[in-house]
Design a protein around this ligand. Structure first.
Ligand SMILES: *[C@@H]1O[C@H](CO)[C@@H](O)[C@H](O)[C@H]1NC(C)=O
Ligand SMILES: *[C@@H]1O[C@H](CO)[C@@H](O)[C@H](O)[C@H]1NC(C)=O
Ligand SMILES: *[C@@H]1O[C@H](CO)[C@@H](O)[C@H](O)[C@H]1NC(C)=O
Length: 269
């Protein structure tokens, strides 16, 4: 009788546990996928040895599903690809730092202002861009029409006044990415820019920062952690003031096929 009670206790404990697993639906979807893969695997077999490999793979994969043996807490501390990717807030533990759209992914759309900020002389701003396949590009069209905007932090105008290119990312449909930062004595448009690439099917990080360096300010443009270009800026020429954060702007067509995430701005004293 004692054993039966104990077994019953364990069963109900297990039942309660199974119910409480927070990602039970994803767990079921995951197991469905495993079963489909198992069936496909078996169909390709011609020997018992092959079948046993399919079975073993099935066990391993099923156990790695949310709410199964390897992932008892559902998607928490579970690396199964069915689980949503965990994004760490880039502003976590940083002072004077703001993450836009709560750190979520957003697709650029025309004239979309997502925030208003105060730009400072010393700052860092950065966004991750997922580079998908670029839809149709006509090789003969190298015109400005082929530039698409992804993000543009501006004073409300296009390029005539300082600060209008505090930060911008443009994609040319031939695959070139342009990073832009504010520079009063810039080449054009009161801006410094650098062209670089975009690794397909990956998140690429593009950033601009302006910090103290050797008694003056240094503006730098970077991709991932690689600095592409630096520019010296006299503190008196550096921009500070109110800015609009656009994903994307109202002057170009948006690169709506390149989602953005982890877009943040930090200022320094
Ligand atoms: C952009 O949006 C603002 C309001 O959000 C609107 O006043 C303005 O007319 C829009 N501009 C264009 C070119 O659509
Ligand atoms: C893409 O077009 C831009 C603008 O004309 C040009 O500067 C760049 O070199 C081109 N890149 C490639 C890879 O063709
Ligand atoms: C720092 O600035 C001084 C004077 O402007 C210059 O002579 C020196 O080379 C600079 N040092 C570095 C490391 O850039």
């Amino acid at each position: 009788m004692k054993e039966i009670r104990e077994a019953f206790f364990l069963l109900s404990l297990f039942g309660a546990f199974a119910q409480e697993c927070p990602d039970a639906d994803l767990g079921e979807d995951c197991k469905d996928i495993c079963r489909v893969e198992f069936t496909r695997c078996r169909l390709l077999c011609e020997s018992d040895y092959c079948l046993s490999i399919c079975e073993r793979e099935y066990e391993i994969r099923k156990n790695a599903c949310p709410c199964e043996i390897d992932c008892p807490l559902g998607c928490e501390s579970c690396e199964n690809k069915i689980c949503p990717e965990i994004i760490i807030d880039p502003c976590a533990d940083l002072e004077n730092c703001e993450t836009f759209v709560d750190n979520r992914q957003i697709s650029p759309s025309f004239n979309n202002t997502i925030a208003e900020i105060y730009g400072e002389k010393r700052f860092r701003i950065s966004a991750e861009v997922y580079c998908n396949e670029i839809p149709g590009f006509d090789e003969s069209d190298q015109s400005t029409k082929s530039w698409r905007n992804i993000v543009h932090v501006n004073t409300g105008q296009n390029h005539a006044v300082p600060g209008d290119r505090y930060f911008a990312l443009f994609l040319h449909l031939n695959g070139t990415m342009k990073i832009v930062g504010p520079l009063k004595e810039g080449y054009q448009n009161m801006a410094a820019f650098w062209t670089t690439g975009c690794t397909t099917e990956e998140w690429n990080t593009y950033g601009v920062q302006q910090i103290e360096k050797n008694g003056t300010l240094e503006l730098s443009l970077s991709i991932d952690d690689e600095v592409l270009g630096t520019f010296d800026v006299e503190p008196k020429d550096a921009f500070s003031g109110k800015l609009f954060v656009n994903v994307a702007n109202k002057y170009h067509s948006p690169a709506d096929f390149f989602p953005v995430r982890n877009f943040y701005h930090q200022t320094f004293q």
